[in-house]
Design a protein around this ligand. Structure first.
Ligand code: FAD
Length: 277
């Protein structure tokens, strides 16, 4: 039998009362699990600065989980960004998912804030220099919309590891071969750091198509046929996600990072199928 994978979860910080209940319910469902770490996103454009801080502090304090706080370069000077990191440290958080971030809505292209970090590698290097954090970064098995050529996601990831990243978490994907090809190309480029596949259980078939298009992630054609034919989308989503995870584990993947979207049912069911629980 293959070894059970190490798992981790991504959560959103809640923006309103309804979202607070979603996170609370998510924690009710997943709170008894023992993830390697959990991570909390940082709203696009820095919009959840305080909420992310408060959520990571609470998760660390209340659940004793290893928490990774996301942090981006958007809309903040270097000093402001590093002050946010210091706030994480003071709250007992010693992991950061360090990202460049997407441009604020309406701005097509990422432009550094005045006095801000110009890119993710600069942020990673500055965080590394503090000596306070384990640093995780993003990786893109399907081309990132900003990739200038077929290799730039790999060469840039290498620069992020050289700047001080300890591990990478990938954007979600649905075809395991996409990950295997990416992993092979990274190895060929000399990247030796851990690359953790990001797994998105499909909680909404309609929603995921929009989300995937925005991220540049292809959805296999057979998914459309299967969701169209299915009367139980939840059962199908669990089956597809379990199949993806099993294919990854069969090829030696040891860690899986679940994008829970604060909707934990599918994540919990897939973990049960993988005998992680
Ligand atoms: P980078 O890796 O820095 O850049 C993305 C790609 O652009 C690179 O692979 C490369 O092809 C190209 N590129 C960028 N800069 C250069 C350069 N200087 N030289 C050459 N090529 C370059 N967004 C949020 O707002 N909040 C979050 O909490 C959040 N969490 C995320 C978590 C994960 C695991 C992932 C994968 C993404 C997350 N995002 C989040 C989305 C992320 O902010 C966007 O994908 C953003 O556009 C890129 O950020 P990055 O740090 O991954 O980019």
């Amino acid at each position: 039998m293959t070894k059970a994978p190490k798992i981790s979860f991504e959560f959103f910080p809640p923006k309103d009362i309804e979202a607070c209940f979603s996170l609370f319910e998510t924690l009710q469902v997943l709170g008894d699990m023992v993830p390697e770490f959990v991570s909390v996103t940082y709203g696009a454009g820095g919009t959840t600065r305080e909420l992310t801080h408060d959520a990571v502090a609470l998760l660390h304090r209340k659940y004793g989980w290893n928490v990774a706080a996301h942090l981006t370069c958007v809309n903040a000077t270097r000093e402001e960004t590093l002050a946010i990191a210091k706030g994480y440290k003071d709250a007992g958080v010693n992991e950061i998912v360090a990202l460049r971030g997407d441009p604020p809505k309406g701005q097509g292209k990422f432009t550094p804030a005045e006095g801000g970090f110009a890119n993710s590698a600069e942020l990673i290097a500055a965080l590394k220099a503090t000596g306070d954090f384990k640093i995780r970064v993003g990786a893109y098995p399907d081309p990132h919309p900003d990739a200038v050529d077929a290799n730039s996601d790999i060469t840039w990831l290498k620069q992020k590891f050289e700047a001080g990243a300890d591990s990478a978490i990938t954007q979600f994907f649905f075809d395991p071969n996409t990950f295997f090809r990416f992993r092979d190309r990274c190895a060929k480029e000399g990247i030796t750091g851990t690359i953790i596949p990001g797994i998105l259980p499909i909680t909404s078939w309609k929603g995921v198509q929009k989300f995937a298009a925005a991220c540049g992630t292809p959805v296999p054609a057979r998914y459309a046929e299967e969701f169209e034919a299915s009367e139980d989308h939840q059962a199908l989503a669990i089956e597809l996600c379990t199949g993806l995870c099993e294919a990854l584990i069969a090829e030696g993947v040891e860690d899986l990072h679940f994008y829970t979207l604060n909707r934990p049912t599918l994540t919990k069911a897939v973990c049960a199928n993988l005998e992680v629980i």
